[in-house]
Design a protein around this ligand. Structure first.
Ligand code: F6P
Length: 355
């Protein structure tokens, strides 16, 4: 029996509630744990806002998107507008609750805070890799990614028919931050003409050539998938650098419009832009994500009891394993070169113009 806290941190993601539910069910029924959920991520720890969690409280949440606990990007070391940080207040809350462990469900930044909390003795933690971006190292997949890819693919399928009807170029901007996992998967699944990802700077002139050549062959319409973090080869096209918020988080988005303007100017073809944005993060998780989230949740609470404090649960070779958070933080998982090769065998052309 242990007292275990749970929080969700960073951007929300389909499957968060399924993880919380699995932690609570396994914790209460198998380990006899008492569970508390902090509200709005680390904010709830800093401000002492939490609620008890039990199996009854989680009924109906398996298929719900978002997070029933709320989330934020705040963390105990963040310098607040008044110049202080929340570390001592967080410590007071955690000591007051006498927690044995904290399950942190978060992405890159949140797992880094979790690791810091663990090594600096604030609270022993177990991490769960969350994000639609799929950019967490040491795991083959984060939960939420499958749902985002499914949503982006459906959008591309729909854009094909309207693009063909009007003989238009459709630029679709998808999320993913500094990596192109969503773009690559949705580009393959949706049969994109070209896909642009951060890992491979693009040459917009080459993209325009591909679109022109398709039209010359009588192929109506082109679908250009652009990851929000994709960037042109230096000096080939102007882009506006993203703003950074007080959490140090770059607000990406807008590259789709820039690419569309360039393509229309270079080809003369009618071009439209769809920015999928937060639609990719909202709504019900796919069956795959519900299963992955549930497996992660069970493994996370088991890790609390089986010597896994300081670890993150991960998917490797189809199995759920544990990896030290120290190996996870400070880097991103980029699109695998072999997958990118496969993708390029299927796209109309490589975005850098090579064949
Ligand atoms: O990390 C998930 C993500 O959806 C990214 O793909 C995107 O860049 C970012 O979060 C958007 O953040 P916000 O919700 O703060 O606009």
């Amino acid at each position: 029996m242990a007292r275990v806290g749970v929080l969700t941190s960073g951007g929300d993601c389909p499957g968060l509630n399924a993880v919380i539910r699995a932690v609570v069910r396994r914790g209460e029924r198998h380990w006899g744990d008492e569970l508390v959920g902090f509200l709005d991520g680390w904010s709830g720890v800093i401000d002492g806002r939490w609620r008890p969690l039990d199996v009854e409280a989680m009924r109906g949440y398996l298929s719900r998107g978002g997070t029933m606990l709320g989330t934020s990007r705040r963390h105990p070391w963040l310098v607040e507008p008044d110049g202080t940080n929340g570390l001592e207040r967080a410590r007071a809350t955690l000591d007051g609750l006498a927690l044995d462990a904290l399950v942190v469900i978060g992405g890159e930044g949140s797992l880094a805070s979790a690791h810091r909390a663990h090594v600096e003795g604030l609270v022993p933690v177990v991490g769960v890799p969350k994000t639609i971006d799929n950019d967490i190292p040491c795991t083959e997949q984060t939960f939420g990614f499958d749902t985002a890819v499914a949503i982006a693919t459906e959008a591309i399928d729909r854009l094909h028919t309207t693009a063909e009807s009007h003989d238009r170029v459709m630029v679709v901007e998808v999320m993913g931050r500094h990596v192109g996992h969503i773009a690559t998967w949705a580009g393959i699944a949706g049969g994109a003409t070209v896909t642009l990802v951060p890992e491979h700077p693009f040459d917009v002139a080459a993209v325009a050539d591909v679109v022109r050549a398709r039209h010359a062959r009588g192929r109506y319409a082109s679908i250009v998938v652009v990851a929000e973090g994709a960037r042109p080869e230096p000096g080939t096209m102007e882009v506006v650098e993203p703003e950074v918020d007080r959490y140090g988080h770059q607000r990406l988005g807008g590259i789709g419009h820039a690419v569309a303007a360039e393509l229309e100017a270079r080809t003369g073809f009618d071009t439209r832009v769809t920015v999928l944005g937060h639609v990719q993060r909202g709504g019900t998780p796919t069956a795959h994500d519900r299963v992955l989230s549930s497996r992660y949740g069970v493994a996370a609470i088991d890790a609390v009891h089986e010597g896994g404090l300081g670890d993150m649960v991960a998917l490797r070779g189809g199995s759920i394993v544990r990896v030290p958070l120290a190996e996870v933080v400070g880097r991103l998982k980029t699109v695998d070169d072999r997958l990118w090769e496969t993708a390029n065998a299927l796209f109309e052309a490589r975005p850098d113009g090579t064949t």
